[in-house]
Design a protein around this ligand. Sequence first.
Ligand code: IPM
Ligand code: SF4
Length: 459
Amino acid sequence: MKTLLDKIWGLHAVCELPNDETLLYIDTHLIHEVTSPQAFSGLRDKNRTVFRPQNTFAVVDHNVPTVNQSLGIQNISDDDSRIQITTLESNRKEFNIPGYSMGDKENGIVHIVAPERGLTLPGMTIVCGDSHTSTHGAFGALGFGIGTTEVEHVLATQTLRIKKPKSLKITLTGEPSTWTSAKDVALHVIATIGASGGVGYVIEYCGDYITALSMEGRMTLCNMAIEAGARSGMVAVDQTTIDYLNKTANANAKYPILKSDPDAVYDKLVVIDIDGLEPRVTWGTSPDQVCGIHDRIPALASDSTKAEELKYKRVLEYMGMYSGEELLSMTIHKVFLGSCTNSRIEDLRLAASILKGKRIKVGLSMMVVPGSGAVARLAEEEGLKDIFVKAGCDWREPGCSMCLAMNEDKLLPEERCASTSNRNFEGRQGRGGRTHLVSPAVAAATAIKGRIAHPMEVL
Ligand SMILES: CC(C)[C@H](C(=O)O)[C@@H](O)C(=O)O
Ligand code: SF4
């Protein structure tokens, strides 16, 4: 009667520690340039080394420019970005850590690259100094984000001191509408349980919708478990997982069909009906401020407190909207197709299928940032890049880009963006920028119309 979480935990618990903590063995440690510098400095200060460099893998993604990466790191004008990238390069050399440098043809966003390279496998524990490490749970693995001090601990020992999270089973019932994707379901889950509804839990997604969902869709869903406050998201291993791994990791390997026992006991159970669910769009500055695409900006609840009223007014003011305004009437200046939520090949295929033979609205700009070199190559081979370019989109090189605006890709104050990324808080995509989180299909339709649009409006 064990859950998937119990099983993976049991296989990795080295010993129990005081204060309810477990010393957990870590199979794969992913690192990037933002949260690793202090961890390496810590190692050096204590005269320690990296215990298992071969189980560590580095990419540079947050700060990299999305144009002219081949010109090299010295070409990056922002000092912080250049220093972070250079520091990771030198730490990798010093500690013998495998990975990709800027401009490497396989480099990309850490959560896209690792699954693609077979570094994410069923039953593994995977950590990274990055909250969206939850993405890897799509493979029946336990992936979660850690802080910089913990990065140092994992580098030094390949283990982590951690309290076991509680388990939350979310069963999705019914069939959503045709143009509703995993992104929309992720937003609906967050809206239903709230942005802190998952705090203290690892979510396991179950139900027929999940069984039928592609690996890319499962990654999108697990990626955004964090936006519901959860430590991670996971999906049981099934034939879809195995088929994907046979293509990407190793065609001859035997992978364990790891799943929860039928009578497994969870700490909490939630059932969410997604029957007929329409595409979702966020209207506010929290990922749980979500509406159906045909809805209007919701009014303030009549039983709201003064504090809630002030917060609501602040959100509308920042977003430049009014209560009752129609989402479909919202003029959009920029569209961002990218991020570890939605920059896999399936996302690009979907957006390209809508943009094929069409032009994006005059005055609007759309940036397409593939999640990795492999995604970019495949998109070029399949003719997707051509479709985007012909439609007037800006085809870029891989990286986090306008998901968090640590490079040149930013919104200007009051610019409104339909973005396939995962966070919409104030300033996330540039100071004063306004973010609406959407699916790749809605992003493409929106680019054509110049306002939030349902794919059916352009097909
Ligand atoms: C920079 C990093 C620590 C951060 C995270 O952990 O999520 C980033 O990836 C993000 O999406 O905000
Ligand atoms: S794409 Fe966005 S969410 Fe993902 S790791 Fe990069 S910054 Fe974080």
